[in-house]
Design a protein around this ligand. Structure first.
Ligand code: TYM
Length: 334
């Protein structure tokens, strides 16, 4: 069993990242009995698809490293690194570009969502993005990839690329990875629109809860979150057709380690005037310790760089045999 996952170091860690993915990373790390079989990385090579000034990019990588450590990733037990320090990702991506098909990439919904109507103006990097993601996973022969729902299609593509490569070259080189997607919090939605996912790229900061938000900001955002005038139903079934209400109940249930049905039973008949302060409290209590650790860690750039450099050395060693075998399978001398 080998666990691997990544996050783009653009903007802040938000509640969707935390509940959809990072909490599971920490859980899986804690459940594995050492041996450094968990690989978590900052996808800085993916993030070049968004233009950023040099200094900001450097800050973003350090901040995301600090955020992951603050959230519970332990660099002594997991391999924590950034992609750019491990050239195997870019190298294997190039090799896999010979295997991936344009038709497969054309079907990627995240690419379609991101380019909107301006397909011609989009970067090649954005189009090839899922091949780099496949390389990230296949280079380490990861078996379990904890992600939110939005990454499911990219994981399926990684499996398709692995299967085609193995078949084309008559090898059993790449392992097919399984996505690990949480049941309740696979898709945390925007606080302003229950049909759009919570995202770093939403122009409205009120749409998301950031790891860096202080207690007051969290409370304000929850209180101003869009809802409907109906009271909470007795069971989760009554949330059908009420996306904003379903999202808030889902967040509450995830944080409380409970189920939407149990939360509905607890608040049945009450309005959001009663529910929101309780949800706000729960969020504040959950995020405060992570934020406090994050603010401390981000003041020590040298320590963060050292963590990433140590992790990268381990990652380079782990990826090297697979990369070498891929060159060899293709008849490329290296
Ligand atoms: P990214 O940086 O967009 O998000 C990081 C993780 O957070 C999850 N996530 C969410 N989960 C639930 N609700 C939401 N609103 C929400 N928003 C984000 C994402 O599903 C993801 O798990 N392409 C990836 C990074 C990546 C990667 C990889 C992941 C690069 N290579 C290899 C796994 C394996 C991305 O952009 O995630």
């Amino acid at each position: 069993m080998r666990v691997l996952s990544g996050i783009q170091p653009t903007g802040n860690l938000h509640l969707g990242n935390y509940l959809g993915a990072i909490r599971n990373w920490v859980r899986m790390q804690d459940e594995m009995d050492g041996g450094s079989q968990c690989f978590f990385f900052l996808a800085d090579m993916h993030s070049i698809t968004v233009h950023e000034a040099r200094e900001q990019r450097i800050r973003n990588v350090r901040d995301m490293a600090a955020a992951l450590v603050a959230a519970g990733i332990d660099p002594d037990r997991s391999v924590l690194f950034n992609q750019a320090r491990v050239p195997a990702h870019a190298e294997l991506c190039w090799l896999l570009n010979g295997t991936a098909r344009i038709g497969w990439l054309n079907r990627m919904t995240q690419f379609k969502d991101k380019v909107g109507k301006d397909r011609e103006g989009a970067s090649i990097g954005l189009f090839v993005y899922p091949v780099l993601q496949a390389a990230d996973i296949l280079a380490y022969n990861a078996t379990h990839v904890p992600v939110g729902e939005d990454q499911k299609q990219h994981l399926e593509l990684a499996r398709d690329i692995a299967t085609k490569f193995n078949t084309d070259f008559g090898v059993e080189l790449f392992t097919l990875p399984d996505p690990i997607i949480p049941k309740e919090s696979a898709r945390i939605m925007s606080l302003r629109d229950g049909t759009a996912k919570m995202s770093k790229s939403d122009p409205s900061d009120m749409s998301r809860i950031n790891l860096t938000d202080d207690d007051d900001a969290i409370m304000q955002k929850v209180k101003k979150a869009k809802t409907d005038p109906e009271p909470l139903p007795e069971t989760a079934e009554g949330l059908t057709g009420r996306p904003e209400a379903a999202n808030l109940v889902g967040i509450y249930a995830t944080l409380a380690g409970s189920s939407p049905d149990a939360i509905c039973a607890e608040f049945a008949g009450k309005g959001f005037g009663a529910f929101k302060p309780a949800l706000g409290e729960l969020l504040v209590e959950t995020l405060r310790p992570i934020r406090t650790r994050f603010l401390e860690l981000r003041t020590d750039d040298a320590a963060l760089d050292a963590i990433l450099e140590t992790g990268a050395a381990k990652a380079r060693a782990a990826a090297e045999p697979t990369l070498r075998a891929a060159y060899d399978a293709m008849g490329l001398m290296r």
